[in-house]
Design a binder for this molecule. Sequence first.
Ligand code: UDX
Length: 435
Amino acid sequence: MRVGVVGCGYLGAVHAASMAELGHEVVGHDVDADKVARLSAAQAPFFEPGLGELLERTLTTGRLSFSTDPADLDGAEVVFVCVGTPQRAGELAADTSFVDAAVAALVEHLRSPALVVGKSTVPVGTAARLAAVLERDAPHLELAWNPEFLREGHAVEDTVHPDRLVLGVRSAEAEKRLREVYATPIAQGSPVVVTDFATAELVKVAANAFLATKISFINAMAEVCEAAGADVVQLADAIGYDDRIGRRFLNAGLGFGGGCLPKDIRAFMARAGELGADQALTFLREVDAINMRRRSRMVDLAREACGGSLIGHKVAVLGAAFKPHSDDIRDSPALNVAAQVQLQGGDVVVTDPAALENARRLYPGLAYADTAEEAATGADVVLLLTEWPQYRALDPAALGAVVRRRHLVDGRNALDPAAWRDAGWTYRALGRPVV
Ligand code: UDX
């Protein structure tokens, strides 16, 4: 099929390349000329494992191209809208102006009939509103809503082998088209849920609200564990054996960040309020509050490790990305903690295998180092804030040789406390007993 993709960010770039991988002829459109040039040269504009190779492979087939001209989308049978919906400044609600602008551009430039498919995460009701716009201004265009569940770091795999496909449609023809687009994953067993617009929109925010709740639940348990002298990691292992609960997303620590979970739960609360259903989601305020408290607690532990004050102490921060295998620093708990430690007088040096360039841009006032060893040299305390595999594999003796004091605070419960203590470190973590 001829497929168009509007917006080539984390979602759209991966979606465009994955659609070409599935055999479609794809045009990816973005207003950012630099991004389009890089994608056209098979360079992923952000760190995403496998994306570079996928671009290389699909660009050479001739089935994939990128363009800044929205007119190049004309002729596509299906056009996916993959633009961002960030949190509005000063509000909890989502800013849908990029989605509105993308649909307006399609109304202007698509002459041939097409199915316009929203993938962006939007407040429930957006699809119905946009469908009315198409009906009025471009009746040759039909709308469908097909939310995306990809995780950064696993985006290619999640797109080519989705664990479910949610198709919000208003006609059998729209469903048929989408089933054709996804014929390969459907044949391989990806389950399909065909539904209305509102349900499709809600599935996405409900899934993210559940994941955020699961993380904050275990982090709330971590707070109780700390107060009671218990161990949240063992607690998570033990409750996780119950397959009704499950161990995944029960990693206690610094909590969730990134471009999705924090802003999606806030936008969900705001939208529920508009709909008069705010009581249903008041628990998400608590989920958000527990999550933000983790960051302050981390700063407290760093201060305690420095003997009660951060002033004049050198603090090594391992990790800047909001999670490993990503260079995304949007609402990164790690950088948030680094900035708070600096505000309290700490002399902070941050390192990260992939996100340093982005971090430097957002926090030019922090100091940066290329490696963990370099960041830790002369440090009074080392904070592990993003659990990259290379940090999990650090040798406590080797790192111990470069620091000034062997104090470690593990913000992700990623290291073996016994191994670090045996090498002469004080090991503190969120939700684990002090020895
Ligand atoms: C999330 C959803 O998983 C995905 O389905 C949706 O499409 C977009 O939002 P993503 O933001 O890429 O994906 O990251 P995810 O892997 O979900 O992690 C989110 C945050 O939660 C990270 O900051 C991570 O460090 C944190 N986390 C995750 C925990 O603190 N504990 C856990 O057990 C799991």
